[in-house]
Design a protein around this ligand. Structure first.
Ligand SMILES: [Zn+2]
Length: 89
């Protein structure tokens, strides 16, 4: 067996959701993409999942932090004990 064993249809089906969500990385991602280059059926399955994932992400409401959030965080950070202060840095 070589270092490079391309994924098969069953493995692609198992990992397709991770690929569509963009959380499949590195060697695993490369193996799946290599399979998609030569398998139209898996390519279509992943394309449909990607479209669905994108549509779901568009449903999420945008969120802004509440008014004054940044200034409250900065005030907390300024009050937080800094280890450098005790070390004389
Ligand atoms: Zn396939």
């Amino acid at each position: 067996m070589s270092d490079w064993d391309e994924a098969g249809c069953a493995e692609v089906a198992e990992r397709a959701a991770e690929l569509a969500l963009g959380v499949l990385l590195g060697h695993e991602r490369a193996r799946i993409l290599a399979h998609l280059d030569r398998c139209g059926k898996c390519q279509e399955d992943v394309r449909q999942l990607t479209v669905t994932a994108d549509a779901l992400l568009e449903l999420l409401p945008g969120s802004e932090p509440p008014l004054g959030f940044e200034s409250r965080v900065l005030a907390l950070i300024r009050r937080w004990p800094c280890p450098g202060r005790f070390a004389g840095i």
